[in-house]
Design a protein around this ligand. Structure first.
Ligand code: SF4
Ligand code: SF4
Length: 212
């Protein structure tokens, strides 16, 4: 159970006589009020419901009265609460609470939005590609492209049968590399440009994995 406030919109809770009363003659001790109330207002003793923490009751709540199968629970008239609201100018206090809650909600929405952007962005992509990588000058083209995006290629591994075979017999080579952002930013745009560059140079992307 979360901590129960000792005030209600600035009014000491014990100055508001809002709590249930159980008619013992009607009560059949079913326990529905006891298990329904999340504020430990009730106990069951001697097969009867007893109100043990009256000021834990949430001002205005009548849930236990509604669910009691035999109508054994009653509350003061709601006009009593309205009278107290007027006497204590509760609405002025509520105005401040409303602003505070609105600001909190706006902050939480902004945070959720930022978290969504981060979760949908990614900061590294692993590539495995094959084709005429050296003959087409792919390493140099990648350096030029990634410099413009403030990204970098790391962990470059190049597998070639032999340089001669690559250049003379046009054998394809395989390259593995990781695209990363130097500023831990989303690299989607840079990755798309790399896809395009590879495609334009007939380099096949064998595998591509993104991660944040
Ligand atoms: S729900 Fe009603 S009948 Fe059941 S224990 Fe509570 S007061 Fe008694
Ligand atoms: S009215 Fe609501 S808070 Fe109060 S005792 Fe009943 S269930 Fe609990």
């Amino acid at each position: 159970m979360s901590k129960i406030s000792k005030t209600w919109h600035g009014i000491p809770r014990e100055e508001i006589p809002w709590y249930p009363t159980v008619n013992e003659e009607k009560c059949i001790g079913c326990g529905l009020c006891f298990v329904t109330c999340g504020r430990d207002v009730y106990e069951i003793a001697g097969k009867k419901a007893k109100v043990v923490n009256p000021y834990n009751c949430l001002v205005g709540c009548t849930t236990c009265e509604t669910v009691c199968p035999v109508g054994a629970i009653s509350f003061p008239p709601k006009e009593m609460i309205q009278k107290i609201e007027k006497e204590h100018a509760v609405l002025r206090y509520v105005q401040k609470e409303k602003e505070k809650k609105g600001a909190k909600l706006a902050l939480s929405n902004a945070r959720a939005k930022a978290e969504k952007i981060v979760s949908e962005s990614f900061h590294r992509a692993d590539f495995t590609v094959t084709g005429h990588i050296l003959e087409n000058g792919i390493p140099e083209k990648l350096v030029n492209l990634t410099s413009q995006c403030n990204c970098d290629i790391v962990n470059l591994q190049l597998e070639v049968p032999s340089l001669k075979v690559c250049y003379e017999k046009k054998a394809p080579s395989v390259a593995k590399f990781t695209l990363v952002s130097q500023e831990f930013k989303d690299i989607s745009e840079c990755k798309e440009k790399i896809d395009q560059l590879l495609n334009n140079n007939n380099i096949v992307i064998v595998e591509q994995k993104k991660s944040s």
